[in-house]
Design a protein around this ligand. Structure first.
Ligand code: ADP
Ligand code: MG
Length: 632
């Protein structure tokens, strides 16, 4: 018994696929036309992959070097077929590629979409690729013969949870590549009409880099796309619509591009660029293996979408870079540390930053949308690429304590400095609401100082390494000794507040430090508080407390440094305690009893539990008891 060919086999989709299919089919998808774009894009990719492989191994494409995509409609069935003479798929590839959803964003997508009604809107932002066929078809048959092999396989599914794979006779398969046949469902018969197909291909796929022909009933062929490379055309010859259509193909997205960058670089390195900044976030933006997906071509031949041409902090950019200088037979190793690719990467990065800056000036509203979607990614560049910091600082926008909903630039913030203000102040936190409620901001609010609210995880990292902006250092509101005394309060009345004398405060601080021991690094008076009695701040040169929190949650344990306890000299509670500390004797002893309460209170204001909840509760209960019995 030789060559036991596996027979037909029924397998079930991964659980995730079934859920996604169910959601897609049951959501009223606003634009079902895009299924054709997805299948045509896949067919074009398959042709381009083979074109590249055939450079090294011409036999693979021998006999049929003219790559093309054929569409054929059958009004009677009604059915639609999309065929390509590209690379094709083996049995295993059919299983791997069509039985699993490869995109890493799928999991995140499903989590976000849930079973809820939000699903339909979200699908519109997510490239569902091959599976979109099930929006219009009640069954899909894929017959494929991989280039260079002499076996063919058929994949069939009704999209309801299972699929079959079986071997087919070579006579029933394309000589090379893949043929996908859709049996259209009752609502989708129109997709078998010539006019519909012409309209969709013109709208969505007119510039894929492989020619597309439509086979007509009389045996004639109509060319729908000539396969010319849009990015090679001069800007003046390309319309807005064409740019948008190509974005859909190359970006696999359903939104509109926010920025289109099209130019040709000449000189030492020559290349054409057609890149897009999307207007909405893809789902896998923060996946750990975050990579860009810009397609690299060499003289119109697709090479790879895995070359890291642009830095990771521009990974949201989509499109094509076509080099004149690279060799066609680029190996994986050659892609790394290649001086030509590095030069291109540098040049294109410059251009993307310049164009974003231009957008910020010309159309601040549209730019704000881009920043909202991708600011958190761009900010990674602030610490990953110190040489780009100035350019990125120009683009950076922030929500601030005094700015309301507006996105403020650093220049705006410096222009709004209060008299004697020398630093740009920031507060780190999990979200704007928590930050805004922080007691550390009271003294800043009283003085009308604008404070950056930094709520992206990346913020804790760049803000410490960035040396400042425009000569002004960045300072955390929860760190070091804020020098706020020199900055006048907005409201004169509060300037005349009763303040505990420095000497009394020093005595109280010493007593509290003694009572709290190593739990605090220091106890001192504060200028950053207005209404709260006390708060915790990080030592001048230690890590910010929010950063410590992030690191601790990331690495598990990770000890935190003892914080500094700051006291509000204008608060009646502090004034009262200071008076008792100064009195000495039994009065001073009651300060010791209050110490865990003050410390616990400061921790609660920091969003944490008292370090010893039982002791805190006991001290609080005994205090209340005393107060209540005193009042009786
Ligand atoms: P994506 O194109 O984003 O990878 P798809 O769902 O559109 O996702 O396709 C999944 C995979 O199936 C592709 O990456 C490719 O490997 C394979 N594939 C789909 N269509 C074809 C085709 N016509 N020829 C060869 N491979 C294909
Ligand atoms: Mg695809």
């Amino acid at each position: 018994m030789s060559d036991p060919k596996p027979a037909a086999e029924t397998r079930s989709f991964e659980a995730e696929v079934s859920r996604l299919l169910h959601m897609m089919v049951h959501s009223v998808y606003s634009n079902r036309d895009v299924f054709l774009r997805e299948l045509v894009s896949n067919a074009a990719d398959a042709c381009e992959k083979l074109r590249t492989l055939a450079l090294a191994e011409p036999a693979l494409a021998a006999g049929d070097e003219a790559f093309k995509i054929e569409i054929e409609a059958d009004k009677a069935a009604p059915g639609l077929a999309i065929a390509d003479n590209g690379i094709g798929m083996s049995r295993q590839e059919l299983i791997d590629n069509l039985g699993t959803i490869a995109q890493s964003g799928t999991r995140a997508f499903l989590k976000q979409a849930g079973e809820g009604a939000k699903g339909s809107a979200l699908i519109g932002q997510f490239g569902v690729g091959f599976y979109s066929a099930f929006m219009v078809a009640d069954s899909v048959t894929v017959t494929s013969r991989k280039a260079g092999t002499d076996e063919a396989w058929r994949w069939h599914s009704d999209g309801k949870g299972a699929y079959e794979v079986e071997p087919v006779d070579l006579a029933d398969a394309p000589a090379r590549g893949t043929r996908i046949v859709l049996h259209l469902n009752a609502e989708s018969a129109a997709y078998a009409e010539t006019e519909t197909i012409e309209r969709i291909v013109t709208a969505y796929s007119a510039h894929v880099p492989v020619p597309i022909v439509l086979k007509l009933a009389d045996g004639e062929e109509e060319q729908l796309a000539d396969g010319s490379a849009l990015w090679r055309k001069p800007k003046s010859a390309v319309t807005e619509e064409e740019y948008k259509e190509f974005y859909g193909h190359v970006g696999g997205r359903f939104d509109d591009p926010a920025v289109t960058i099209h130019y040709r670089a000449e000189g030492r390195t020559e290349y054409s660029v057609l890149l897009y900044v999307p207007s909405s976030r893809p789902f896998d933006l923060f996946e750990p293996e975050r990579r860009g997906k810009v397609k690299l071509y060499v003289r119109r031949v697709f090479i790879t979408d895995e070359a890291e041409i642009l830095p990771p902090w521009l990974r949201f950019v989509r499109g094509v870079i076509d080099s004149e200088d690279l060799p066609l037979n680029l190996s994986r190793e050659m892609l790394q540390k290649n001086p030509v690719i590095e030069a291109i990467g540098k040049g294109v990065t410059n251009r993307v930053l310049t164009d974003l800056d231009k957008l910020a000036t010309d159309d601040p509203e549209r730019f704000a949308k881009v920043w909202e979607a991708f600011g958190a990614v761009l900010k990674e560049g602030l610490y990953e690429a110190p040489d780009r910091r100035d350019a990125l600082f120009k683009l950076a926008r922030f929500k601030t304590t005094t700015g309301g909903d507006a996105w403020r630039s650093l220049a705006d913030i410096v222009a709004g400095f209060r008299p004697n203000q020398t630093a740009i102040y920031y507060a780190l936190g999990d979200d704007a609401a928590t930050i805004a409620a922080s007691p550390h901001l009271e003294g800043f609010a009283k003085r009308g100082i604008e404070v950056l609210m930094l709520a992206d995880p990346v913020d804790a990292f760049w803000v410490r390494t960035a040396l400042g902006f425009d000569g002004k250092p960045f300072e955390s509101v929860t760190q070091g000794a804020a020098q706020l005394d020199a900055i006048p309060a907005l409201d004169d009345a509060s300037a005349t507040d009763e303040k505990t004398s420095d000497a009394a405060l020093a005595a109280l601080a010493a007593r509290l430090k003694q009572a709290l021991g190593d739990k605090v690094a220091e106890v001192r008076g504060s200028t950053r508080l207005a209404t709260s009695p006390a708060c915790l701040v990080a030592p001048e040169f230690g890590p910010d407390r929010q950063l410590e929190k992030i690191l601790a949650s990331r690495d598990g344990a990770g000890g935190r440094m003892a914080a500094i306890l700051e006291l509000n000299p204008s608060h009646p509670l502090i004034a009262g305690l200071a008076a008792q500390a100064a009195e000495g004797g039994a009065a001073a002893a009651s300060v010791d009893a209050a110490a865990p309460l003050i410390f616990g209170l400061a921790r609660i204001l920091d969003g944490e539990a008292p370090d010893d909840p039982a002791a805190f509760a006991k001290a609080l209960a005994s205090l209340m008891e005393k107060t209540l019995s005193g009042a009786a």
